[in-house]
Design a protein around this ligand. Sequence first.
Ligand SMILES: [Zn+2]
Ligand SMILES: [Zn+2]
Length: 251
Amino acid sequence: MKEKLYTIELHDALVSGDECPFCWLERKLEQAAIEFVLGSSYMESDTRDQTDRQGFCRKHTKMMYDYGNTLGNAWILKTRMKHLREGLKQQMEAFSPEPASMFDRWKKKEETGTSVGNWIRKEECGCYVCSRIDDTYRRVLDTFLYQVKHEKDFLDLVRQSKGFCIHHFADLVDACGRGLGKKEQDQVFPLLFDQMNRELERIQGDIDWLIEKYDYVNQDKDWKNSRDAVQRTMQKITGGHPADPVFRSRK
Ligand SMILES: [Zn+2]
Ligand SMILES: [Zn+2]
């Protein structure tokens, strides 16, 4: 089966004016996933089966709480708790303590963890919301490559955007490295690298000027683009939108 391409979504993200189109998309996907699971889907058995098995990471647990559907959250928690209790009970029953040997003490933490600790950590790796976002994000990266290969104006659109956050840039560079031929790479990498240098320099200028503005000699000078430089620099370095208001149910 041919995978869906996210050309419209990618286009909208690139013209959004956001510091990173992938952050912009991630926020949309994240909010859609929270809305989906706490809308009415939590009463559907296949969704609940997935939330029981995958659970939610700490970030998305907090988002679920803030979103504000108490009964919906309670249903999801009720059966996730049941799933965890059953698994943990089995793990604790099967557990046999083994004093660490001298050799074990030299090993890394993840190699020497107990079976119970390792089981819990494995459970914590999953997140229903993260995995929904991730599935689509992978396909958005594939769409980026597809567009580079098939849409001649696509790179102009990329060039006119504000570049990428450093976090998502890693995935983009890797995807281009894996998925593009030599000729395409010769075209894409110089463009992306020039753009990153230029856009990071712009952000550096904004954060530098914000600090200058706090000097009394500059108090009457223009803010330029520095008023929101803290949140945009945070985004550029780690991804996400730290200044976003809490995402709540509109009901
Ligand atoms: Zn980003
Ligand atoms: Zn998550």
